[in-house]
Write a new protein. Sequence first.
Length: 95
Amino acid sequence: MGLVAVALAIWCIPWYVNAAAKLTTALSFSLAPFKVALYLALVPLCITLYQAFRLLMFIDSKTAFSSFSVSALKSIKHCAFAVSILLLTGLMYPT
């Protein structure tokens, strides 16, 4: 699943930035930080997908309420927070 997200990001983010740049040239420079933030957000996204897969494996093996499951959930929470901060930072960059 992480490879699908990376492949979509590699092809869709430049298309999005180019389409926005065609609207106005001033917008293309302000989208650069957002583009970087999207690429950086892929790292926590892939970690989250891996941790979710691990959590599903714990549930399947009947160890859903173990310390490993709790650590996987904490990792998912931290990665979600990191993605939120990265995207907000990319959006709040002054134009």
